[in-house]
Design a protein around this ligand. Structure first.
Ligand code: F6P
Length: 362
């Protein structure tokens, strides 16, 4: 990743040296404190206090990944006065992903939506939101992901839609930008146009993170791309734009979305926000790890039990890219384990899991 950044940007010697130092520290050294005075310095100081001085190799995977991305941003000059201040170092990669052939195809495929029955249209937008999570640049950089799909290991679009009742607030905790965020906006549009949501809160990362994670400016970039596209994608983009203007969609970026901890440790203001939602939708692998706890749980641990701390109904839509998984049936686990594929980490399987089902689905 550091090599990709060095070749993507004409960084001067200071930034190049800071990135090389991060590479040395994170691969063989100890955790060093933050040296910047960015607005999130104070909150991070609390998250790293008991880790400073420890070898990186002894920190937890989730903690190390998050801190790596925070240090990387600082190393590129993101928080410092100067030419790189506020420059998203991953922007060229995200832009390439937004303008690639696979995203074009996904957007073109939306032209089929108006010809589908309401039920098929519901199913199609959920499938697109789930599998949109396959496109993830951090994962592509660290694996030989093929893009092949093998199906859902749990849940169904019907299970997802049965969570919704009277119109209410729906919160969507987004993951990657580009094609995945475009599919998420299609889902948001469906939630609003079918009256399942009276308004939607879209949660994105406050800063560039995990290469392709969506930030507020990515929301605008993807929206501009949609509105500049012909056909259904363009129509959806214009409706989303109007919903933003009307306050039916709000975009938020709480600092905790870049925190190195599980959602069970979320701060009170974020908990209160989720408690006010009729349904909260969590997208992607990292959000899933943070939602159920980034641990080697038995795969058959009930999903409801893993998320029992969460203050409301929720759905997780995720492609499996890491070992963490719960809520599977024993039969599913044994048949997947019998196969050759590393099904938990290959990015070829996905899931839809829900908790807090309404008693009489509409
Ligand atoms: O974008 P997503 O779906 O959250 O996936 C990110 C995943 O990619 C990795 O960074 C690399 O595999 C995982 O650690 C992480 O869970």
């Amino acid at each position: 990743m550091i090599e990709r950044l060095l070749s993507a940007h004409p960084f001067g010697p200071d930034v190049r040296e800071a990135l090389s130092a991060l590479l040395r520290q994170s691969t063989g050294g100890v955790v060093e404190p933050l040296e910047d005075d960015a607005p999130d310095h104070g909150v991070w100081a609390g998250w790293i206090a008991d880790q400073v001085g420890r070898p990186w190799a002894e920190t937890s995977f989730l903690w190390a990944e998050s801190y790596f991305f925070r240090k990387l941003l600082a190393a590129t000059g993101f928080f410092a006065p100067g030419p790189w201040r506020g420059v998203d170092p991953f922007a060229p990669m995200k832009r390439a992903e937004l303008h690639n052939a696979a995203t074009d195809e996904t957007l073109k495929a939306l032209d089929e939506l108006p010809h589908l029955s309401a039920a098929d249209r519901d199913a199609a937008v959920v499938q697109a939101a789930v599998w949109g999570n396959q496109a993830d640049l951090a994962f592509q950089l660290s694996t030989d992901a093929s893009g092949a799909t093998s199906g859902l290991v749990a849940g169904s679009p019907e299970e997802f839609w049965s969570l919704f009742g009277e119109p209410g607030a729906v919160h969507l905790v987004a993951d990657n930008s580009a094609g995945e965020l475009a599919a998420d906006l299609v889902l948001v549009d469906r939630l609003l146009t079918t009256g399942r949501a009276d308004h939607v809160v879209l949660h994105v990362k406050p800063n560039p993170y995990y290469v392709s994670d969506a930030t507020p400016s990515d929301v605008l970039e993807v929206l501009n791309h949609l509105t500049g596209t012909s056909g259904e994608a363009g129509d959806i983009g214009r409706r989303v734009q109007e919903s933003l203007r009307a306050g039916e969609i709000a975009v938020r970026s709480h600092p905790f979305f870049c925190a190195p901890g599980d959602f069970s440790e979320m701060p009170d203001d974020l908990r209160a926000d989720f408690a006010s939602a009729a349904v909260t939708i969590f997208k992607g692998d990292l959000n899933y790890r943070r939602l159920v706890g980034d641990r080697h749980w038995p795969a058959t641990r009930p999903f409801d039990e893993a998320v029992s701390y969460f203050p409301g109904p929720l759905a997780a839509l995720r492609v499996l890219k890491s070992e963490v998984v719960v809520g599977l049936s024993a039969g599913t686990v044994s048949s997947l384990d019998e196969g050759e594929e590393p099904w938990r980490t290959k990015g070829s399987h996905a899931l839809i899991q829900t908790s807090g089902q309404r008693s009489s689905p509409r």
